[in-house]
Each structure stands twice: as C-alpha cells, then as structure tokens.
Design a protein around this ligand. Structure first.
Ligand code: SAH
Ligand code: SF4
Ligand code: F3S
Length: 454
C-alpha cells in the first residue's frame, strides 16, 4: 500500500488520562503514514486496543474485545490488530500466544517506534508479528511528533511518566517503568503549541505528576510548582490543572503555587487510599492519615476555596472494621467534592498479591457501599452549595439535548446550560440554578455573550 493511501485507524482506550493522551499521540505518529481515525472497527485497516491493567479482569476484557474484532479481520485480511498499553506491557507474549490473529503487542514506552513496527507487521520487510515491551533508553517524547489533534479548549499534556513509589497494591511501576520527567523547555513548547491551537485549559498529566523533576532551561532541576508558574505565563492560557498527585510530593512550593497562581484551578485530586495508619503502612504509602490531614490544611490555608477529590481502596488485606472506620473518619474530616472508591483487587506480581488476611468479598462489598454512600452525600452537598453562585464555565462540548452546552466549573463540576454553539470553547459566566449528584445546571449570565452577533 502506498504511504499516502487513506487508511482507517480505530483506537479504543481504557484506563487513565495518560492512556487517552497516548492514544492521541499514536494517532499523531500514524497520520503521516496515511492513517485517519474512525469511530468503528468495521473496515478499519488498523485497530489498536490501548489497555489498562490497574484492576482485575483487565486481561479478560481485552480478550473479549479481541474476540469481537476478530470477525472483521476475517472479511478484511489486511487488517492489523494491535494491543498497546499496560496489559500489553504486562502480558506481551501471552497475548500473541493466545490470540494468533493479533499482529502487534507493544508497551507504553515504545509508541515512537510505531512506524517501524507497522512496517515490519505489514510486510515491508517480510511479514512479522511484533512484541515490543522494552523500556528503551531514549524517551518516546523526544521522537513523537508535535501534538496535532487538539480538540476543543481543554487539552492534556503529559509531563511525567512512570512511578518509583511501589505501593504494594499497584501495577503502575511495572507497566510504565521508572519515574521520568520531560524537560521544562519541552513542556513549555508543547503548552505554547496547544494554546496556539485553541487550548484555554491545560491539564498537566503524570502517574505521579507532582514528583515532576524536569531539567530547567537554566540546567537546574525544576519541581512542579515552578513549572506551573512558567506555564501560567503563557498568554491566552486561562486555566491550569494537574493530576494525579501523591501526598508525599506535595511540597511547600507547590502549595504556595496554589496561593499565588490564579490560573491554577481550585480543585485537586489527591488520592489517600485509606484513613488507617496500619493499612497505609501495609500499602507502602509512607505517610499517615494525619500527615494527609496536615497537607490538606496547608492547601486550604493557601487556597481557601480549594475542593478536593481522592481515590480509596477498601478491603486491602488485613483491613479490619476499625481500619475502615478510620477511612470514614478521614473522609468526614476532609470533606470531598468527589472521590473514586474501589474494592481491592490483587494484582499478579505486586507484593499485595502475596499478603494474608484477605478480606471476604461480601465484607469488602458492604464497606464499599458504605463508603460510596458517604462520598455521594458529600458530593451532593458540595454541588448543592453551588446553587445561586455565578461561576466561570469553560464550555468544551455540546450537551445531549439540543441547544445545550456542557462545560466545567473551576471545581471540575460538569455544568449544563442552554446557549448558542458559538459559545463553545469559551469561558463564560454562568449562574448556577441547581446542583445535582453529578452535575450542575445554570443560566448563561453575560447578556453580552448572548447578544453578540456571530
Ligand atoms: N498514581 C496514583 C494512582 C494511580 S492508579 C496515586 O498514587 O494515587 C488509580 C487508582 O486506582 C489508585 O489511586 C487506586 O485507588 C486504584 N487502584 C490501583 N491499584 C488497585 C488495586 N490493585 N485494587 C484496587 N484499586 C486499585
Ligand atoms: Fe501506583 Fe502508588 Fe505509584 Fe500511584 S504512587 S502509581 S498508586 S505505585
Ligand atoms: Fe491503567 Fe496503565 Fe493508566 S494500568 S490506570 S492505563 S497507567
């Protein structure tokens, strides 16, 4: 096939925002080879499943999806089927063995090698099945092309990858490899490029984003706080967020950045996992519940309107009812705007998988339900408190109903309001009329915004 032929690329993405970011970058690097993204695997020339390994059944899900895609390959023999992401990294050879129709399996650190892998797999050098789960010495970021498919005004930018923390439940250090930070210049160039292409908000991404320690233009190592201050200088950029953070890396400079930098939004996802010191120790989090409370206090002193969210795991091996009560106590003490909670899932290869004193499934289910009820109550109360307030909303998509726009509040709430399409990708004042469990509704305030002609 010629390099410029119009080829259809279907990418399905699971997992965290870094996987979504990676999927976009894979599309960017394949575009010069003639691949254009489509919404369905039917008739696709290449299918990439970008997978997540964080909790159980991840591998099963991939195989059931592969099973659904396989018949399309029967009618289109040239279709390339690829498995990327964290399941690919963890289960590389096994996938090739169990699914003989899969052409390529490659891990998250190899995406810059895609053109070469595609050439090998499509037969330019004789047809080959590919498995590539190396951690190359060079960084993929040095080889990926400039980000091209920014859609809308809310963009994402990976600044850090991998993790050296080794929480005992977590696969990320194994699937993504060691902590790596991009250089400050690289990040600033990409941020400028995103703003030129219309981004008004940038979310800085990393598995451990506040562990960022990139080389600055002056040759010194910059932390995340300093980086955010530099990103905030970019004209036209109005909002900055970052995710996901670890409490241990929440240093004073970063906390001060929340005080000083108005563009840094007053919402922070700061996972704590558990409120019990014993469980936190068994998880190798290396901080206590009170350490976390102190960080939250400092953050709120710096930015009084800061809203918080977290991740929680219930049913970690050894978790007693008392431990779980400590988690509920911490949730009550902190007061969250939203939070994710998960039932512990033993991951092969992690230290947690060998731990004794497993929590019975029905006990973990029941704890999860109690925790979720408390979190939902807090989330509902937080949203209800927004009613009557006028807040700036970045509308970055249309709502489901006609004439409706959907955007984000500074506190990361979904906000629905009626308004013309020309207000898309703009930040507009909205008077919130009602707060629901998962969203707000409001009325666009600025009469100027509504009356302005196109
Ligand atoms: N880097 C982030 C989390 C990345 S994984 C941090 O340090 O907090 C996202 C979330 O998935 C975690 O916060 C955790 O709550 C959950 N998670 C990870 N491994 C899990 C497991 N084995 N079982 C259940 N939940 C898990
Ligand atoms: Fe996983 Fe812990 Fe690293 Fe987060 S800090 S990615 S939970 S090992
Ligand atoms: Fe999943 Fe890998 Fe992200 S395991 S959560 S896709 S880092």
């Amino acid at each position: 096939m010629s390099q410029n032929a119009n080829k259809k690329l279907y990418i399905k993405t699971w997992g965290c925002q870094m996987n979504s970011y990676d999927s976009n970058r894979m599309a960017d690097i394949l575009r010069p080879l003639g691949y254009k993204c489509v919404d369905s695997p039917v008739d696709a020339d290449m299918v990439i499943l970008n997978t997540c390994h964080i909790r159980e059944k991840a591998t099963d899900k991939v195989f059931s999806d592969l099973g659904r895609i396989r018949p399309h390959k029967d009618t289109n023999k040239d279709m390339l089927i690829a498995v990327a992401g964290c399941v690919a990294q963890a289960e590389g050879d096994y996938i090739l063995e169990r699914a003989p129709y899969v052409d390529m399996v490659f891990g998250p650190q190899t995406y810059h090698e895609l053109p070469e892998m595609v050439a090998k797999a499509t037969g330019a050098y004789g047809k080959n099945r590919i498995v590539n789960t190396d951690f190359p010495s060079e960084s993929k970021f040095d080889f990926l092309p400039e980000e091209q498919n920014v859609q809308g005004a809310a963009a994402f930018l990976s600044i850090q990858e991998g993790c050296d923390k080794f929480c005992t439940f977590c696969v990320v250090p194994y699937t993504r490899g060691a902590e790596y930070s991009r250089s400050v210049n690289e990040v600033l160039n990409e941020a400028h490029n995103l703003v030129q292409r219309g981004a008004k908000e940038i979310t800085l991404l990393g598995q451990n984003v506040n562990a960022f320690h990139g080389e600055g233009p002056d040759g010194t190592v910059w932390g995340l706080g300093r980086l955010i201050r530099a990103v905030a200088e970019i004209d036209g950029l109005e909002r900055i967020r970052y995710t996901t953070s670890h409490p241990r890396d929440m240093d004073d400079d970063l906390i001060d950045t929340h005080r000083d930098i108005h563009k840094l939004m007053p919402f922070l996802h700061l996972p704590v996992q558990s409120g019990s010191d014993g469980i936190l120790e068994a998880m190798n989090r290396k901080h206590t519940g009170d350490d976390y409370r102190r960080i939250v206090d400092k953050l709120r002193a710096a930015r009084p309107d800061l809203a918080l969210s977290s991740d929680f795991i219930v049913g970690f091996p050894g978790e007693t009812e008392e431990d779980f009560q400590e988690t509920l106590r911490l949730v009550r003490d902190v007061g969250y705007a939203s939070a994710y909670s998960f039932k512990y899932s033993a991951r092969p290869g992690t230290p947690g998988a060998n731990m004794k004193n497993l929590v019975r499934d029905n006990v973990a289910d029941e704890r999860l339900a109690r925790l979720q009820a408390l979190i939902n109550e807090q989330q509902r109360a937080f949203n209800a408190r927004s009613a009557g307030i006028v807040m700036p909303v970045l509308f970055d998509r249309k709502g489901k109903k006609s004439g409706q726009l959907l955007g984000r509040s500074p506190w990361n709430q979904s906000v629905y309001a009626n308004g013309p399409d020309r207000l898309l990708n703009q930040i507009i004042d909205v008077k919130v009329t009602e707060g629901f469990d998962n969203s707000l509704t409001g009325i666009i305030e600025t009469s100027e915004a509504l009356s302005k002609t196109v």
